[in-house]
Write a protein that binds this ligand. Structure first.
Ligand code: ZN
Length: 96
């Protein structure tokens, strides 16, 4: 057990040599990335998922809003339609 503590392994994510107990066990061996990197990667993945979901929520709300607006468009006059177009373009720009 004690010789295990002197083992070092290079992390394939941060390229640092770290004591083997900085790596999670995976099957018979150890994870290729150190615990720190695995944790950071997990956090980054979660952040990305959250951002993607927010984007898709925004898109859904946007589509819903404009679908409803399109249904009422015959009741609008030209000024209202021109205002709508400006708003539409602004929202599209925000989503990019
Ligand atoms: Zn690492």
């Amino acid at each position: 057990m004690s010789e295990k503590l002197n083992e070092f392994k290079q992390c394939n994510a941060c390229d640092m040599e770290k004591p083997i107990d900085e790596f999670s066990k995976r099957g018979k061996g150890y994870s290729a990335a150190c615990k720190e990197c695995v944790k950071q990667k997990g956090a980054a993945t979660r952040e990305k998922k959250k951002a993607d979901k927010q984007k898709s929520d925004t898109r859904t709300a946007f589509n819903e809003h404009w679908k409803q607006t399109a249904d009422q468009i015959d009741t609008f006059d030209l000024t209202q339609i021109s205002d709508l177009l400006k708003e539409y373009q602004k929202q599209i720009k925000n989503m990019m």
